[in-house]
Design a protein around this ligand. Structure first.
Ligand code: ADP
Length: 425
């Protein structure tokens, strides 16, 4: 049996590929599975990232699914477990970061872990326990208006403490500046004070690489994808050769399905349409009134997709998201849109799309499920946190290239740049 070294549990699909991307870059062979596989791993890998869709489900369900993933990863030989969440610490007062962390700590019999969403490549930095998104604090960023997990407090010690009975502390920048030794000393100190989970300050990749050895002995790490760049060294691996990220040649038509309402995705949709790209908008209120927008979007796409990439989007500005939520409720609006976009993604692939970009974490989860994808090979990076991936679901027996973009990621021209890069690869 192939034994893995590192086992990861990610709370959404784009987050899982983001983490896998950083581990591949660091020299690990990574397989990403969609949900917990039924059988053992049948290919060589140093790490498996199990992608769940547990970020916004009830905390008890998120705990149960995460424990199931843990059990499978341990059965594949994982000696360290990594719980991956969003670099903007997406959660509600009910969780799920705190409850899942507690459950994994109990199952692993460990009394201490870290929580570090820092991802400097994408402008997520943590200083004195406060999370910054670019130059703004978390609560001032677009995340304050997120449809499902609005983040209105930037102090992560406080946010995490609100989700757990265990004492939360801080490994601050002074310890981090002293590298693994400074961090090790701070961990010993915090442990003595009864702290069980510690937020970690980090503002640069250099700090994250230097911190890596400090995490070697912790059975559980909880983080965004940033700390992953310091981990492969702990398993005797070095930044790998490019062949580790090689995918089969691109084929088929091109499409984008966007359900993210983040500031970045709104900009990417605008950019694509203004550059003359073809787009079809999905209105949640029309969906609620029973309109068959899946059929309409697919009929619209059919003559257009043969000519170039098409975009189907529910992406909207905060005011219009709020208006839809006020009428339908937050969950129903989200679920209606996700279901429609997932049906459209499947229909587009059936129309011959072989290169698909999906924008939005929850949206990606729904699309991947509707496409029947159970495993992804991780390829080259398009933008920090977003690699091209390759899958062979039943609906695309010749193979499908798919990029799962977390809402906030990617530059303004991401939708065109992704296809250009794939053609070059
Ligand atoms: P992100 O990665 O930006 O967080 P997600 O896909 O995870 O994006 O979350 C966006 C949520 O908003 C999804 O549940 C999606 O269905 C929902 N949504 C998308 N468009 C609209 C809209 N116009 N009105 C209300 N909700 C929407």
């Amino acid at each position: 049996m192939n034994k893995i070294a590192l086992g990861c549990v990610a709370d959404d699909f784009t987050g899982a590929t983001d983490l896998a991307n950083n581990l591949v870059r660091g020299g690990m062979r990574v397989v990403q599975t969609i949900g917990v596989p039924a059988g053992p791993l049948d290919e060589a890998a140093d790490c498996v990232v199990v992608a769940l869709k547990s970020r916004t489900i009830p905390a008890a369900d998120a705990v149960a699914q995460s424990l199931q993933a843990l059990k499978w990863l341990q059965a594949q030989g994982a000696t360290q477990i990594y719980f991956k969440y969003c670099s903007t610490f997406d959660s509600t007062p009910a969780g799920n970061i705190g409850p899942v962390t507690e459950a994994l700590m109990d199952a692993l019999g460990t009394d201490f872990t870290i929580a570090c969403p820092a991802f400097p490549d994408n402008g997520r930095t943590v200083f004195k326990g406060y999370l910054f998104v670019g130059d703004e604090m978390l609560h001032e960023s677009g995340m304050r208006n997120h449809p499902l997990t609005p983040m209105q407090d930037s102090n992560l010690v406080r946010v995490l403490q609100g989700q757990t009975q265990r004492k939360v502390g801080l490994i601050d920048y002074r310890s981090v500046a002293r590298g693994a030794t400074g961090i090790g000393e701070r961990i010993a100190q915090l442990r003595q004070q009864g702290v069980r989970m510690a937020i970690v300050d980090a503002t640069s990749n250099e700090e994250l690489v230097a911190a890596g050895p400090a995490w070697a002995k912790l059975p559980l790490l909880t983080a965004g994808s940033g700390i992953a760049i310091g981990l492969p060294q702990n398993f005797g691996l070095k930044a790998g050769d490019a062949s580790a990220a090689q995918l089969p040649p691109a084929r088929g038509l091109r499409a984008i399905v966007s359900g993210s309402c983040s500031v970045a995705t709104n900009g990417q949709v605008k950019n694509f349409l203004e550059a003359g790209g073809e787009g079809f908008a999905i209105d949640p209120l029309a969906l609620a009134s029973g309109a068959d927008l899946i059929a309409q979007a697919l009929a619209w796409a059919k003559p257009r997709v043969a000519k170039g990439p098409v975009l189907v989007y529910a992406t909207a500005q905060p005011e219009s998201v709020k208006a839809a939520q006020a009428k339908l409720g937050v969950e129903r609006a989200g679920a209606l849109v996700e279901l429609a976009l997932a049906g459209i993604a499947r229909g587009l692939v059936q129309q011959g799309v072989g290169q698909l970009v999906v924008a939005g974490g929850e949206t990606s989860g729904s699309c991947v499920q509707a496409l029947g994808i159970s495993r992804l090979r991780i390829g080259p990076q398009i933008a920090p946190g977003v690699p091209w991936c390759h899958a062979k679901p039943e609906v695309a027996p010749e193979g499908l290239h798919i990029a799962l973009k977390s809402g906030n990621f990617g530059g303004p021209d991401f939708f065109t740049e992704a296809f250009t890069q794939l053609a070059r690869a």
